[in-house]
Structure formats: structure tokens, C-alpha cells
Design a protein around this ligand. Structure first.
Ligand SMILES: C[C@](O)(CO)[C@H](O)COP(=O)(O)O
Length: 242
């Protein structure tokens, strides 16, 4: 007798575009900055659109920009984008907004890749490494090694303690896990009185879980300050993407 077919696991990108980007000091939030005729966020969404394993993309945006994002989605043929949702006051809150939607639309076993909208040079290799990491370990956090000397500081001005760099991993995104585990850590955060956390990897640790690293790459950097735009343009030239 045939066994009943397992429903296929879907891979969903949850792209965060809800930050105001104060450090960029620009006229528009950094995810909407137009670089070589295209907003940064569109480059990021295109990386998931190209990735064969990714089925759906959900965008969480600054509330007043959702209409504009929907227009970009239409104009740029981003056919995998299923929803553009208004975000909250922090990354943590924006993930919550996404989570409420995901819990209604997807299955607990589906794999969610949480990614910063301002990391536009994400590769399919890193996306696939995240999916494989979730399948093998239950979660995957993209990291790169620390290559500089690292010093601990309490006051931001002086240090008397070296942090051994071989014990440090610099995190990037995607940070990925099954929907059921994303729901679980946010439920645990509520129970523990955690109202904010820097990232999904920090929330996993704060709620008592072990995170598993997968290799990112230096081109998957976060556009944070004005100099990063020049770096982004240099990468676009080097990769022949402009
Ligand atoms: C999630 C993150 O990109 C990991 O490096 C980072 O923590 C995001 O920080 P932000 O200040 O919310 O941009």
C-alpha cells in the first residue's frame, strides 16, 4: 500500500526592510537608496527571486513605504513576493509582524530564511548552505570569521582585555530555522520577559538553544554607512552586475 505523501517543505525568505538607517544619514532609509538605478532592497529581493530553492518571499517594510515596495515588486517582476507587510519599531518587532503572517499561511515544518534587506549581495550558495544547515541541525546562522584583533571595552574608549578571535564569529544573515522553531523562540521570549533581541541568533541563545554556523562571505555585508555604498558599487562592477 502506498504511504500517504508528506507535504513538501516550502522555503520562504522573510526580508526585513523596516529600519530607518540613521547611520546612513541619507534622505531615504538605506534599503530604499537607489544605487545604479535600482533600490538596494530590489537587489536583495532579486537574490531570492533567482534562488531555485526559494519558493516565496515575504517583505516586512517601514509602514509608510509598503505601497512603494509593492510598486517595486510589480515593476521589477519579483513574482515570488507574496506579501509586503508593515513592520514594527525594531527588527525584533518586525520579525514578529512577519511571524504572525507566516503562522497563518505556512506549515510548522516550512523553512524560514530571515534576511536583512540591506544585504544585497547575498549569493545562492549562502542561501543553499542555510537550507542544508536547517535540515541537518535545525537552525543555521550565516557567519564570517573575525580577521582583526578584538578588544573588549566597557567605556568605548579603553580596553585591558583581548577577545581571542578564534572564539568569535561575525554574524550575517540569513538566519534560518523552521517556522515551528521561530514560533517557539518568540513564545519563550514572551515567557522569559524578553522584549527585544539584536537578531534571531541572539534570541536563539537567550532562549537556551545552540546555534549552528554556516559560512557566509564578505560580499554579504550590511549597508550601514555612506562608505558602504561605494563598496557596494565596486562589488557590482567586479561581479558584472551593473
Ligand atoms: C541580524 C544582523 O544583520 C546580524 O549581523 C544584525 O544583527 C542586524 O543589526 P541591525 O542593527 O538590526 O541592522
Amino acid at each position: 500500500m502506498d504511504s500517504p505523501e508528506e507535504p513538501a517543505v516550502r522555503v520562504v525568505a522573510l526580508v526585513l526592510a523596516g529600519g530607518v538607517g540613521a547611520r546612513m544619514r541619507g534622505p531615504v532609509p538605506k534599503q530604499f537608496l537607489v544605487v545604479r538605478n535600482k533600490p538596494v532592497l530590489v537587489y536583495t529581493l532579486e537574490a531570492f527571486q533567482r534562488a531555485v530553492a526559494v519558493e516565496d518571499i515575504i517583505v516586512v517594510s517601514l509602514p509608510e513605504w509598503t505601497g512603494i515596495v509593492e510598486q517595486y515588486v510589480k515593476d521589477c517582476g519579483l513574482t515570488k513576493v507574496r506579501a509586503v507587510l508593515p513592520g514594527g519599531a525594531s527588527g525584533f518587532e518586525s520579525i514578529r509582524c512577519g511571524l504572525r503572517y507566516l503562522e497563518k499561511q505556512y506549515s510548522p515544518e516550512d523553512i524560514i530564511l530571515i534576511h536583512d534587506g540591506v544585504r544585497p549581495l547575498l549569493t545562492e550558495e549562502v542561501i543553499n548552505a542555510n537550507i542544508a544547515g536547517v535540515e541537518k541541525y535545525g537552525n543555521a546562522v550565516t557567519v564570517v570569521p573575525a580577521t582583526e584583533a578584538l578588544l573588549h571595552t566597557d567605556d568605548g574608549e579603553s580596553s585591558s582585555r583581548v577577545v581571542e578571535r578564534s572564539h568569535v564569529m561575525r554574524t550575517q544573515t540569513p538566519q534560518s530555522l523552521r517556522l515551528r522553531d521561530l514560533s517557539l523562540i518568540h513564545r519563550q521570549a514572551d515567557e522569559m520577559g524578553i522584549h527585544d533581541s539584536v537578531a534571531t541568533c541572539t534570541l536563539l541563545i537567550e532562549t537556551g538553544h545552540v546555534v549552528h554556523a554556516v559560512a557566509g562571505d564578505n560580499s554579504n555585508f550590511k549597508l550601514t554607512s555612506p562608505e558602504d555604498v561605494a563598496l557596494f558599487e565596486a562589488y557590482l562592477d567586479a561581479k558584472g552586475m551593473s
